[in-house]
Design a protein around this ligand. Structure first.
Ligand code: GYE
Length: 334
């Protein structure tokens, strides 16, 4: 009897030790203290749910985030690609919670529908960093911080490129290529632009449709706009550069000169857009910085260490028109 008990005890101890070793790389963040300061401590596990690969901008962001473990060898990155589907992002978040990651980072494809899964993360005491797009949730304490741009300001800057070029009294029919339906980047870029041109009565958005932030869709929608409006279009406002690149192709195929017959403004600042401005095919580009890896790393380390971080960590951005774009071209990293 005694021997049996001893064997059972030994077995239990061995099992506990195995489980403890097995869980080594995915510690929870409840212990406090700055783990990153000590190289012998367990790794900080960061789960990132990416939207997909719809644009050059997003590829640049993915590359920047995949660099995180190279910036800090104490961080392990779990990367998940949602292929544009919110349901896949929710699944990824649930899997991160089950794996007890220390911090979750999420680029939310759309603004709404996050409450339940965010509450699950909160109950598991896993902080959430929103990356590049925002959310609308019932309680803002469900996420820790948003790292990204001011999309309303970007929309206004895009409008200003047009009013600077054409002047206050011009009459301009504008077509708008919207981003993904329900995305904060689309909603706010539309709002910022619309608010800005309100003060310019001759500036009218005559058509507005989603091109899903992609080159192929942007081209398709622009073809349809040209079919119905033809030479009635004086300007294109695209919520991202890829859709503007698609629009440029459509305009050329239609037999008009982009940048000359039809002005083009867009947001992001990918190399192709800078090249188009330098070539005179685009009027101007508003920069939106995708190289967020270093800021995400810092926020993740701070949160895992129990520190509070700013609710909105803004990225620095510029506006590039004409020669400015030519000068900047050799420096573009994406
Ligand atoms: O502008 C676009 C992309 O969310 C800010 O998403 C991001 C946007 C970016 O695919 O190109």
């Amino acid at each position: 009897m005694k021997l049996k008990k001893l064997v059972a005890l030994a077995l239990t101890l061995a099992l506990t030790a195995t489980v403890a070793i097995g869980c080594g790389s995915s510690s929870t963040n409840n212990s406090g203290g700055d783990k990153s300061a000590n190289t012998t401590s367990k790794k900080l596990v960061l789960g990132f749910s990416q939207i997909g690969a719809e644009s050059g901008w997003r590829t640049a962001e993915t590359n920047s985030i995949k660099e995180i473990p190279n910036l800090d060898s104490n961080v392990e990155l779990k990367f998940s690609d949602a292929q544009q589907k919110q349901e896949n992002q929710i699944k990824a978040l649930r899997s991160f919670i089950a794996q007890k990651v220390d911090v979750i980072a999420l680029a939310p494809v759309v603004e709404t529908g996050w409450d339940t899964v965010f509450k699950e993360a909160k109950d598991a005491k896993i902080p959430i960093i929103l990356v590049d797009r925002g959310v609308k949730v019932s309680d803002d304490s469900l996420y820790s911080t948003f790292i990204g741009s001011d999309f309303i300001a970007e929309g206004k800057s895009a409008g200003k490129i047009l009013t600077d070029k054409f002047g206050k009294d011009a009459k301009l029919n504008i077509v708008e290529l919207q981003g993904t339906v329900g995305a904060s980047a689309a909603n706010d870029r539309q709002k910022g632009f619309a608010d800005y041109i309100k003060d310019y009565p001759g500036y009218k958005v005559i058509k507005s449709q989603s091109g899903d932030f992609s080159r192929a869709k942007g081209k398709e929608v622009m073809e349809a706009f040209l079919k119905s409006e033809g030479k009635n279009i004086q300007a294109v406002y695209a919520h991202n550069d890829d859709m503007a690149m698609g629009a440029i192709q459509a305009i050329e195929e239609y037999g008009l000169k982009p940048g000359v017959d039809v002005a083009i403004v867009s947001i992001d600042g990918i190399k192709d857009a800078f090249q188009a401005v330098a070539d005179g095919k685009s009027t101007g580009v508003v920069e939106c910085n995708p190289l967020l890896g270093p800021q995400i790393l810092q926020a993740a380390k701070d949160l895992a260490a129990g520190k509070t971080v700013d609710k909105w960590i803004k990225s620095n951005e510029g506006v590039f028109v004409g020669d400015q774009a030519k000068k900047e071209l050799p420096n573009r990293k994406y």
